[in-house]
Design a binder for this molecule. Structure first.
Ligand code: NAP
Length: 201
């Protein structure tokens, strides 16, 4: 397939690093993070920063976001403002990214966002579940409305093995991050739209 110009936001994170490595085998990848050593930075909490990113990088074929997560917090411990803030970058920031990409990507381009899905109950995971379910629902409904043959999908990882290792958590093994990264490659190179992509274990 044609060599694509792909922007990866969250490139300094566990999943982002693996996605940059996988996509970089066949495509031009522009790594973007909030902090760190990347030349380009963006904070998904700041819509003007997303606009500035698209101004700085013309002719993008695909945008991948592996950025932002919702912190674990037991039900009832977040204030109204705290809940809105916890959800903001992952849910509204990624949707703001999609909205801007819809007018800025090349025809036939794609957007791949990141949600998450965990088997069973994840203690402290209610706010994260809200963001993840919201992203999947939004993507399914928005996909058919995208102009110019654009596509959008959301990757919904379960636990990543390297994350569990870093947290020192014992128990069931997660999915190796390079396998998760392949879902993003499938979303970028494939023809699907409106889908939630996950590894069934
Ligand atoms: N790892 C897992 O087991 C797992 C499982 C299910 C779902 N997920 C989801 O997958 C996504 C990535 O996870 P990960 O493990 O790779 O996380 P990570 O290692 O913590 O990396 C997250 C990345 O997002 C960036 N970021 C955070 N807030 C941002 C913002 N407001 N604007 C722009 N960039 C921002 C961080 O940049 P800075 O470091 O520069 O702030 C970092 O590069 C998250 O949405 C997470 O919920 C992960």
């Amino acid at each position: 397939m044609r060599r694509l110009k792909v922007v990866v936001i969250g490139a300094g994170g566990t999943i982002g690093r693996a996605v940059v490595a996988e996509l970089g085998k066949r495509h031009e990848v522009i790594a973007v993070s909030r902090h760190g050593t990347q030349l380009l930075r963006v904070d998904l909490d700041v819509p003007a920063a997303i606009d500035a990113l698209f101004d700085a990088v013309p002719d993008i074929d695909a945008v991948v976001s592996t950025a932002a997560s919702v912190p674990l917090a037991p039900f009832g411990t977040l204030s109204d403002e705290g809940l809105a803030q916890a959800l903001h970058a992952k849910l509204f920031g990624q949707i703001a990214l999609l909205q801007r990409a819809a007018t800025r990507l090349r025809e036939g381009g794609s957007v791949t966002l990141t949600g998450g899905r965990f088997d069973g109950v994840l203690p402290g995971g209610s706010a994260g579940a809200l963001a993840n379910a919201g992203l999947e629902a939004f993507v399914a409904q928005a996909a058919p409305e995208l102009p110019r043959g654009l596509r959008v999908n959301v990757v919904a990882p379960g636990w990543v093995q390297e994350t569990l290792d870093a947290l020192g958590l014992q128990g069931p093994r997660g999915t190796p991050v390079h396998e998760v990264a392949r879902l993003y490659v499938a979303a970028v190179e494939g023809a699907m739209s409106g889908q939630a992509l996950r590894i069934i274990t």
